[in-house]
Design a protein around this ligand. Structure first.
Ligand code: ADP
Ligand code: ASP
Ligand code: MG
Length: 418
């Protein structure tokens, strides 16, 4: 049996026809290595942003069904062009959208989860020697409705396909050389990581490192898919391997830092201090498919018998959240979009005291006020004013010794992934 390699090319990697030719060459090269090749592509360049802008020009609240109809077209263009480019290089290729394959999702628009992938057609076409090109980001419900997986979701399409096909590896080709200790476009002296654990990558992606869609990492971890992030334009560069923590030596308490500028803070003051209040608020939000991130409930104010609850949601869900709270008619609602979340992530912080205090001290010394704090076993996040986010990122990156040349070299060879 041949090995199956899934490759994914992001928007910048297929932004024009020269770049599409380059992606085609990369797919062909993998085929020449004797492997079966499945390629997942995003929409060209900034196509999706452009489509979103047109929709917003026409309607303040475009329906999520029509948004999915619209946004799914972007990937339709790039799959056909990439298949043509591969054919022009003398190799047999065929493109499919999610409907043709059967990438089945739940019945939710704009951030659907994949529930099943039909592999018959894929296996048949691979057996015929074809390179298969598949539209990322889109899916179809069992009733035939078109869905999308959320912005950046092509990574998740690629990993889910790799899992369904039991692929040997999933390579995410992008416009940076790999995963860095923080966004190299914001902090130019960030270090590239040769490897990072699924758990750390998952936390970093959730914390705002948009190099990978969080659900792609979740899926890779769940199905143990070897995942690599590498440059579309420097093929000799091995990039970053994302793998199980048990295979790694941890040298640093903090592996990376990230900022998320697309959070909105909601404060509901004077809600009744009685059982069921939080349950009601958050179940109503869940019914509307709104994910909540940080949550803080203050001490009850004895005299008034009330409480304050603060939480954060994605900017895109802010209006919907306000509407839900309006319907419940609890307390007073304040909405603050002028905030950002900065996070430090590292499996090496487990059982190592002093990491939180080092983070808070560094922020305080730079006069950055912390508005909310949340933690997990391997992550500490602080909500700060949006204008302080970049400064906070740079300060934390330096304090935890992540600058290029300072990070401990990973010893030994990369695990054998082919
Ligand atoms: P694609 O179009 O290939 O999906 P994205 O723009 O979604 O590319 O993701 C790549 C971008 O992620 C990089 O250009 C970089 O600016 C950003 N990024 C944010 N955090 C990180 C990080 N820790 N390591 C690498 N890139 C990062
Ligand atoms: N084209 C989609 C987006 O821009 C999906 C992706 O690129 O992963 O969000
Ligand atoms: Mg992306």
């Amino acid at each position: 049996m041949k090995k199956i390699i899934v490759q994914k090319f992001g928007g910048t990697s297929v932004a024009d026809t020269d770049k599409i030719k380059n992606a085609a060459r990369t797919a062909v090269k993998e085929k020449q290595n004797g492997n079966d090749v499945v390629v997942v592509v995003s929409a060209m360049g900034h196509t999706t942003d452009y489509l979103v802008k047109m929709a917003k020009d026409l309607s303040d609240e475009p329906s999520s069904r029509e948004m999915d109809m619209l946004l799914s077209t972007g990937e339709g263009v790039s799959i056909a062009l990439l298949a043509m480019a591969i054919q022009a290089q003398g190799y047999d290729a065929v493109s499919f959208n999610a409907m043709q394959i059967g990438i089945i999702t739940e019945n939710v628009h704009s951030k659907a989860r994949i529930t099943d992938i039909k592999t018959d057609k894929l296996k048949k076409n691979l057996a015929e020697g074809k390179i298969i090109v598949i539209a990322g980001f889109q899916g179809v419900t069992p009733d035939g409705e078109i869905t999308t997986l959320g912005r950046g979701g092509s990574d998740t399409s690629a990993v889910a396909l790799a899992a369904a096909l039991n692929a040997h590896r999933c390579d995410i080709y992008t416009d940076v050389d790999g995963v860095y200790t923080t966004d190299p476009r914001v902090v130019p002296n960030a270090s590239m990581l040769r490897e990072i654990s699924y758990d750390e990558m998952l936390e970093l992606a959730h914390a705002g490192a948009n190099v990978l869609h969080p659900r792609s990492v979740e899926t890779a971890k769940h199905f143990s898919v070897p995942l690599r992030v590498r440059s579309s334009f420097k093929l000799d560069n091995l990039g970053t391997l994302i793998l199980g923590v048990e295979k790694m030596e941890i040298y640093q308490p903090v592996a990376g830092v990230a900022a998320d500028l697309s959070q909105t803070r909601i404060v509901v003051t004077d809600v009744p201090d009685k059982p069921g209040t939080a349950a009601l608020i958050f179940s109503k939000l869940a019914e509307e498919n709104i994910s909540v991130d940080m949550i803080i409930q203050s001490y009850a104010k004895k005299a008034s018998g009330t409480n304050d609850i603060a939480f954060t949601v994605d900017d895109a869900d802010a209006e919907k959240t306000a509407k839900v709270l309006d319907e419940i008619q609890f307390g007073n609602v304040k909405i603050d979009k002028d905030i950002a979340k900065v996070s430090i992530v590292g499996a090496g912080m487990i059982d190592r005291p002093g990491i939180a205090s080092a983070m808070f001290t560094a922020l305080a010394q730079n006069n950055i006020n912390i508005r909310m704090i949340s933690t997990s076993e391997i992550k500490i996040s602080c909500l700060v004013n949006k204008e302080d986010a970049q400064k906070a990122l740079k300060v934390l990156h330096k304090v935890f010794g992540l600058e290029s040349g300072k990070i401990a070299e990973v010893k030994g060879d990369l695990p054998p992934v082919g």
